[in-house]
Design a protein around this ligand. Structure first.
Ligand code: ADP
Length: 169
């Protein structure tokens, strides 16, 4: 019986590992929404092969933003950052797939758009560090925290049809 339980445990772990469902939180900031770049950013994640698990437009509260950026509280730009993020609605999303956090950051570019390579989101669409249009989680741990903060109601959990996606991705 113990053997059977062990087998069940190992097979369920490898089942979830085989899904490669690493998740990241991507947020189009108020300037990105204002400039009509939501579709462009979604398109890039879809084209790359990531799977959309959640999507919402909302006007964030100061409390939410202060929690989201808690580790930057001591930075001199913190008050300006909060003011910027309160200037309009944002579009938050959860994307899942292989190496979603690291690859998501690569797709975004550097924090400072001027240091971002052309072809990245920031490298293609902005020049100001204080108006860099998009947020992406910087670690798996912060991704999970951010997903819980912005989607307390939970996010979708579904498998794509492998026969449709395998050939493309
Ligand atoms: P990232 O968003 O690339 O993870 P950080 O977590 O370091 O970068 O900073 C969060 C956000 O704070 C940045 O995306 C940017 O909007 C803003 N920010 C960072 N550095 C500066 C700065 N020197 N001046 C103004 N705003 C900044």
């Amino acid at each position: 019986r113990i053997c059977l339980l062990g087998l069940l445990f190992v097979s369920s772990v490898s089942f979830f590992t085989s899904l490669n469902m690493e998740r990241t939180y991507i947020m189009v900031k108020p300037d990105g929404v204002e400039r009509g770049l939501v579709g462009e950013i979604i398109k890039r994640f879809e084209n790359r092969g990531y799977q959309l698990l959640a999507l919402q437009l909302l006007t964030p509260t100061k409390e939410h933003l202060e929690q989201h950026y808690a580790d930057l509280k001591a930075k001199p730009f913190f008050p300006g950052l909060i003011q910027y993020m309160l200037s309009g609605p944002v579009v938050g999303m959860v994307w899942a797939g292989k190496d979603a956090v690291k690859t998501g950051r690569k797709m975004l570019g550097e924090t400072n758009p001027l240091a971002s390579a052309p072809g990245t989101i920031r490298g293609d669409y902005c020049i100001e560090v204080g108006r860099n249009i998009c947020h992406g989680s910087d670690s798996v741990e912060s991704a999970e925290k951010e997903i819980a903060l912005w989607f307390p109601q939970g996010v979708a959990d579904y498998q794509r049809n492998k026969s449709l996606t395998q050939l493309i991705y």
